[in-house]
Design a protein around this ligand. Structure first.
Ligand code: FEO
Length: 396
């Protein structure tokens, strides 16, 4: 990849990782990702905003070589996670006078994670600026997007925001700018679900802080640059807002077909009542798709048989994930089938303790469902329709 100019004096110099398919050994990346790094050359000083994953250091170096960069004065570190900080040691070695400019918390992380010597840092605080001559970088401390040390950088003269992970997307593209708004929206929503959703209330505060600024471009550290910033800021307002959608998310697993039969009936019952439903067979599901569906669904129903005395491990994974990601879901319950007993319903309910949900009457039956069990599923669908109407998300 070659360096590309965003505005005069500012170049994207990061790397594209077309082949990466897993992040943190957890998050699927069906569309690869990018590690964006930005070179800002003022009339007097030069700054590099974030670096790249250590596997891509050579690509960053080559991009700097392509621009004939001989001196970097400052390396801005917005976030200590290694996909952005991992090449800092190599950069410090190459640019011997460069200082790492960051906040105190991020400095502490970088010392622990990368063993960067303490005397290579210049520590800044919220609202402070760094003069590069005819360009001024302003730092906005924005904790919990998605670590406690995260910060954003605003290039005042050109009105470019560099938010690092915030507003990003795992979307490998050769386009500097968003090539397809619908595709990037979907990718950014999935990214939000997997990475940012647990920090919804912090993000709301940051959005308010940013609302008063003129922003022409948003240049995140993953995915393409937004030359229409409202695409992503409006989306984040929607996702972090309290409103939920008329939607049931139904992660499930079935061993011998009883739970599957219940899921099939329940999906039909919801559809008959005009309630959109997204079933996810957990043995085949990409968990990123499941996380994305959780962003604004009003209701989550987990379908699980009982294995020995508790929920199927696939259902445990889904419940654990939902609890960790803490979506704004309002209602939850469990459906499924057991053979001789167990505590599946109570276990799943306990696992969702971080969610602020009303737990609806579960439908948990012995063996293959009978007529009265299908009737109970119909009553559950009625209850969900009523709850969604009371919540004002379907026309009454
Ligand atoms: Fe893209 Fe939190 O690192």
């Amino acid at each position: 990849m070659a360096a590309r100019e965003i505005v005069p004096g500012v170049h994207a110099v990061g790397a594209i990782d077309w082949d990466r398919r897993l992040f943190d050994e957890l998050i699927p990346l069906p569309e690869g990702t990018t590690y964006n790094s930005y070179l800002v050359r003022g009339s007097e000083k030069t700054a590099l905003i974030d670096t790249v994953d250590p596997t891509k250091t050579a690509e960053l170096m080559a991009n700097l070589d392509g621009l004939g960069v001989e001196k970097i004065d400052y390396i801005i570190s917005s976030h200590a996670e290694q996909d952005h900080s991992g090449s800092i040691p190599a950069m410090l070695e190459r640019f011997g006078d460069a200082k790492v400019v960051t906040n105190q918390k991020c400095r502490d992380f970088l010392i622990d994670l990368l063993h960067i010597p303490g005397d290579r840092f210049a520590v800044i605080g919220d609202g402070e600026t760094l003069e590069l001559g005819d360009k001024t970088l302003e730092f906005i401390i924005a904790p919990w997007v998605h670590w406690p040390e995260t910060m954003l950088t605003y290039l005042q003269e050109d009105r470019v925001l560099f938010p690092c992970d915030l507003f990003g997307s795992h979307y490998a593209t050769s386009s500097l700018y968003v090539p397809d708004e619908n595709a990037v929206y979907e990718s950014a929503k999935r990214y939000y679900a997997e990475i940012m959703m647990p920090f919804r209330s912090s993000i709301k505060g940051h959005l308010e802080k940013l609302a008063s600024r003129d922003i022409d471009l948003i240049a995140p550290s993953h995915g393409p640059v937004y030359n229409r910033p409202a695409l992503i800021t409006d989306a984040y307002r929607d996702w972090t807002g309290d409103a939920v959608k008329n939607m049931v998310v139904l992660p499930y697993v079935s061993m011998h077909g009883s739970t599957q039969t219940m899921v099939d009936h329940f999906v039909g019952a919801l559809m008959a009542r005009g309630i959109p439903v997204q079933p996810f067979n957990l043995t085949k599901t990409d968990i990123g798709d499941l996380a994305k569906a959780l962003v604004d669904a009003a209701t989550v129903v987990i379908g699980s048989p009982t294995v020995i005395f508790g929920p199927h491990p696939q259902a445990v994974y889904a419940a654990y994930l939902a609890n960790l990601l803490r979506p704004k879901t309002r209602y939850a319950t469990v459906i499924g089938s057991y053979g001789w007993g167990g505590k599946t319903v109570d276990t799943v309910k306990d696992m969702l303790g971080r969610l602020k949900v009303e737990f609806l009457e579960p439908v948990y039956v012995r063996g293959l469902p009978k007529d009265e069990d299908f009737a109970a599923l119909d009553r559950l669908a009625d209850e969900i329709a009523k709850k969604h109407q009371e919540a004002g998300i379907v026309p009454a």
